[in-house]
Design a binder for this molecule. Sequence first.
Ligand SMILES: [Zn+2]
Length: 275
Amino acid sequence: MEQVVPGLWKVSCPGRTLPPYAGTECYWLVSAGEAILVDAGDGQDAANAALEESWEALGKPRVQGIYLTHHHFDHSGGAKWASTVFHAPAWIHPVERSRLVDEIASATEPLTATAVRVGDRHADILVAPGHAAGQINLWVKDAAVLLAGDNVLGATTVVVAPPDGNLRSYQLTLARLRALSPRIIGPGHGPLIVDGVAYLEGYIQHRREREAEILSLLAQGPAAPLEIAQQIYRNRLTPDKMFVGEWMIRGHLAALQEEGAVDGSPDHQRYWLRR
Ligand SMILES: [Zn+2]
């Protein structure tokens, strides 16, 4: 367990997730014997043990609620377990709740609150779509800390790809998060980010550059998403991980097609510039 700021703790829960990460980062906000948990890990023994040990180390505060940032299993899989062990409701945005498997969905409640109070601490709940349509982020304003779920990751950029992801709403979300001027960002995977504003600006710039690269490749002729990924990520992804790059490219292509800049074949296997 790592202290983010006083009263806010980060717990690394081992588990299967997208490379290069080896688990999910969950967070405790604790004040005056009360706590909330942000994300619940994947529900496997290793993640559950990490959460339970951290709760004991914090003196077993009364858990008011478990806030799931989005439906992906590496964040929500432990919801049923955590709700039982910590005697607390698990909340998730209704859009994300509809994407959960039944067993987990039935252990959660649809989130409607826009803020949460824990002892004398306060966090705003932001609906921050992009990586997932109903993703929430928590903004701990008094410490300028953003708990970003999978909107920001500690060591890489974020996969934003259909059907769950929407690149344009993600870009709007990044601009909104940047406007908060977060000092520290607690990501859904990877280490804490201590230069929040610069990191978000890097993300925003990265998406613009990536899109320009895709358009310049398509200017040379029609291409498949995987071919584009192989060009763009050849020095960054090994062949067995290239599927992740392909997802990213598909996210950009979907946005460009919606806006009329590119056309694609009905089977989504070939794209070209619209002239
Ligand atoms: Zn995710």
